[in-house]
Every structure is written in structure tokens, then in C-alpha cells.
Design a protein around this ligand. Structure first.
Ligand SMILES: *[C@@H]1O[C@H](CO)[C@@H](O)[C@H](O)[C@H]1NC(C)=O
Length: 346
């Protein structure tokens, strides 16, 4: 299936032109706007490890999954859409905290870009990008050798389906039907990106949300355990996403779609923490306030490399580095049907 041609030598090593990122707070690097980034960094110890103490808008102590991917692919860190001006040819990060696949997802949290708006935001940048290319052919080659990284779905559960006091979706859909609904919406936006000329896609599955500190603390499972019911729900979405990847690869020759099995890597970290140097798998590293986010002015814990989770929802930099490594050069049980290293050389 994957036959690297004999000619795929040195020139292929740098074949990725750019990353275009669509997602939520797991990969947001500042689209919640500069002011709130500053406020966040001043009041909460976000971003203390990357870059040291700066306001980055990242929901992490350091690098996100995407920052780690940029390191592995030899690309510069991406500017957030909200602060991009003219130089876009290294890629753009459109991800937005609280955003989801469905437009309504996260609406109680206020301003955010849903997936469909993130795609519109990319479309609004295309003319500028085209103007930076020599000609039409160069532009199309550039898009075809860029990678769209998509990390979505978590909020459609945490800030929609599971939030039954504010959202109706659990009344209207069974877990299976809801997963289908999400996959249908997702598929439409992925095809919109394909139709503007993107040809390489990494679609990250949703992690085992039933194991994040906020859900462990929700009373849905015995102390210290994951909420199995939630992990099962997310499993329907992940199975659907993997099937979508098969379908897209079959129907769109010339394009390549990867499914990243996030759950596999996260379960491995949770079940075998010692082999990664983790000692704490069930609670965040900063001092958590009642709302599950880091407490204002809280001191982050020192052992950030020993925690899988940074706060009640988000992984630490240490966990993000593992996730990125798996996507980059993992076997098919981690990234399917190819890894990013292979994708980059296509
Ligand atoms: C992800 O990996 C796990 C462990 O290998 C496997 O059980 C699961 O079926 C995979 N998920 C998908 C959607 O392929």
C-alpha cells in the first residue's frame, strides 16, 4: 500500500510546507485573543515552561501536541489566527478553546470559533497565502504538501452531550446517534478543506474523557477510577472517525487521511505510568479551583514532568510530547494507516 519510491531521498525530508490546525483548547495557542491570554498567564500559571512565564494562551504548562509536532517536523511554531497578519506561509493555528464540531458546543462559555468558523477563517486567509506564492501551480503544490491537523470532539462531549443541564443533545440522541451526528458534521468540514486544496490530514481521535480529573471527580465512578460509560460514548465517536478515514481514503485518491488513536497512547500512559516517568495519573498539577481550572495565583506543582494532567482537563507538556511522538512515528495501532513521518514524505 505505501511504496516509498526509491527517489524519495534527501529532498523529501523537508516535504511538509506548513501545518493548518483546527481544534479546541488542547491545541489552541492564543485564539482566545491576546488580552485573555495575558490575563490567563498573569492569574494562572499557564505556559510557565514554554516559553518561560510568557502569555501564550496555551492550556498547558508548556508545549501542546501541535507545538511538539512542529518540533518533530522541523517547522516553526504556528501563529494563532487571531494574531496573524501577513506572513502565513508557515501555517496557521485556527484552534479555539471551547470550540467543537457542532456550532452550539461550548456556547455557555462565550466567544469561541466552532469548527465551521475555523474553516471559514482558513478560507479568509487563502488569498493572502496565494499572494505569497510564485504562481498558481506553486500555491496548489504548497497546499497539497501541507498537513491539516484536526483535534476536535472533546468539547462536543464535555461542553455539550454530558452537560445535560444546559444542552438537549442527550435527550435527542443516543450515544451512537450522537457520534454519527458528529461524524457527519466533521466529514462535511473535512471535505471543505479538501476542496480548497489540502491533501494531507491527521484526524485525532478523542482521548478517554472518562479518565480526566474533572470527570473522575464528578462522582460518576468510584474514587480513583475512570468513568467507563463516558469512555464508551467516546469510543463510538472514535470508531466512526476511523471508519470515516477509510472511506475518505477510498473516495479521494491523491489525498491521504490519518486517524490518530489518542486513546491508545493515553491509556498506555495511565496504565504504565512508570515507563514514562509519570507518578500521578488522576489529578492535575496546578492547584484546582472549584470550577476545575487552575486556581488564581496558584503555584504549579514542581513535578510537572511526573503528571499526565496539567489541570482538570488538559494534559501536561510531558504527556503531549508522548502523544506527538506516537503520531509522528507510531505503528498502526497508534496512527492509521500511516504515521506522520510517512505522510510527510508522500
Ligand atoms: C485504538 O487502540 C486500541 C488499543 O490498541 C484499540 O483497542 C482500539 O480499537 C483502537 N481504536 C480505534 C478506533 O481503532
Amino acid at each position: 500500500m505505501l511504496l516509498l519510491s526509491a527517489a524519495a531521498g534527501s529532498s523529501a525530508a523537508t516535504a511538509v510546507s506548513a501545518l493548518f490546525v483546527f481544534g479546541d483548547s488542547l491545541v489552541d495557542d492564543g485564539n482566545d485573543n491576546e488580552l485573555s491570554c495575558l490575563a490567563k498567564a498573569n492569574f494562572f500559571p499557564y505556559g510557565i515552561d514554554f516559553p518561560q512565564g510568557a502569555a501564550t494562551g496555551r492550556f498547558c504548562n508548556g508545549k501542546t501536541f501541535v507545538d511538539a509536532l512542529c518540533d518533530l517536523l522541523g517547522l516553526d511554531y504556528l501563529p494563532p489566527f487571531a494574531t496573524t497578519s501577513s506572513l502565513l506561509s508557515g501555517g496557521v493555528n485556527y484552534a479555539s478553546a471551547a470550540g467543537g464540531i457542532l456550532d452550539e458546543t461550548g456556547q455557555h462559555l462565550g466567544d469561541r470559533f466552532s469548527l465551521s468558523q475555523q474553516v471559514l477563517n482558513l478560507e479568509s486567509n487563502l488569498e493572502t497565502i496565494r499572494s505569497q506564492m510564485r504562481d498558481d501551480e506553486g500555491y496548489h503544490k504548497y497546499l497539497a504538501s501541507s498537513i491539516a491537523v484536526m483535534v476536535l470532539g472533546s468539547n462536543d462531549y464535555i461542553n455539550n452531550y454530558l452537560l445535560t443541564s444546559l444542552y438537549d443533545s442527550a435527550n435527542n440522541y443516543s450515544p451512537e446517534d450522537y457520534a454519527d451526528l458528529l461524524i457527519n458534521h466533521y466529514s462535511r468540514q473535512i471535505l471543505a478543506l479538501h476542496s480548497v486544496g489540502l491533501r494531507k490530514f491527521l484526524l485525532a481521535g478523542v482521548g478517554p474523557l472518562g479518565c480526566i480529573p474533572s470527570l473522575r471527580a464528578s462522582g460518576g465512578a468510584p474514587l480513583g477510577q475512570c468513568v467507563d460509560q463516558v469512555n464508551q460514548m467516546v469510543g463510538f465517536f472514535n470508531q466512526g472517525l476511523r471508519s470515516l478515514v477509510d472511506q475518505l481514503n477510498a473516495n479521494h485518491p491523491g489525498a491521504t487521511f490519518l486517524y490518530g488513536n489518542t486513546s491508545n497512547a493515553v491509556y498506555d500512559m495511565l496504565n504504565n505510568p512508570n515507563s514514562y516517568g509519570f507518578t500521578v495519573v488522576d489529578s492535575g498539577c496546578c492547584v484546582l479551583g472549584a470550577d476545575g481550572t487552575c486556581e488564581a495565583y496558584a503555584e504549579p506543582c514542581d513535578s510537572r514532568d511526573q503528571h499526565v494532567f496539567w489541570d482538570a482537563y488538559h494534559p501536561t507538556q510531558a504527556a503531549n510530547l508522548v502523544l506527538a511522538q506516537r503520531a509522528f512515528n507510531g505503528a498502526q495501532d497508534h496512527v492509521y494507516p500511516l504515521n506522520l513521518q510517512h505522510l510527510a514524505r508522500l
